[in-house]
Design a protein around this ligand. Structure first.
Ligand code: GRF
Length: 207
């Protein structure tokens, strides 16, 4: 059984897709041990509560220094003994020590086809604003392992989504969520839970 921690900061629609996937068995062999948020008002916490999933709130704002936050965040995560950490719209920089201890055991969903429209400054609606201002015809989403860079870890799954001429950033964001994020995030977790994902020389092999 793959035990996972899901880290959230906002609405939690990706968390909901994971919860639904476990409940309808499109995600097998997996249980959500804990939901972690830096934002006590995140609706994602309400989603966890509705499904009886344990949640904790931990924010850098509540610590005298970033180092103290990083240390306590890692200590609290380790206390749950999870196999995989899932970043689902988590807006806190992952501590270097956590990346070291959880090599190829932290995954993230990014709302573009990496390496386009990613890296520092590209998050939330800013990604889709970049897509529309560049005029690309296809965008999508990427699930990748987290390494010490920003959106630079080995790519696990990607799914393309058409950009429409009338799109606004909000309309495009929703389409990318519905047609890509909520499909590939659960799929990636199911593949990992069933031992189908390996990483060799920074490249992901599935099967
Ligand atoms: C998603 O668009 C995801 O791609 C990005 O943050 C957003 C999270 O949305 N990383 P939600 O909280 O899962 O609804």
């Amino acid at each position: 059984m793959l035990k996972i921690a899901v880290c959230v900061s906002g609405g939690g629609t990706n968390l909901q897709a994971i919860i639904d996937g476990i409940e309808n068995q499109t995600i097998t062999n997996t249980e959500i041990e804990v939901v972690i948020s830096n934002n006590k008002n995140a609706y994602a916490l309400e989603r966890a509560k509705q499904h009886g999933i344990k949640s904790i709130c931990i924010s850098p704002k509540d610590y005298a220094s970033r180092e103290e936050f990083n240390e306590d965040f890692l200590k609290q995560l380790n206390s749950y003994h999870v196999d995989l950490v899932v970043l689902a719209g988590f807006l806190v920089v992952i501590p270097e020590q956590m990346i070291k201890e959880y090599t190829n055991r932290i995954i993230n969903i990014h709302p573009s086809l990496i390496p386009s429209f990613c890296g520092t400054g590209y998050y939330g609606l800013k990604v889709h604003e970049g897509v529309l201002s560049r005029g690309v015809k296809v965008t999508g989403a990427t699930v990748h392992f987290v390494d010490e860079g920003t959106d630079t870890g080995p790519i696990i799954l990607q799914k393309a989504v058409a950009v429409e001429e009338t799109d606004t950033p909000e309309v495009l964001q929703r389409r990318v969520m519905e047609q890509a994020e909520w499909i590939i995030m659960p799929k990636a977790i199911d593949l990992i839970a069933n031992g189908k994902v390996t990483v060799t020389d920074g490249k992901v092999h599935i099967g």
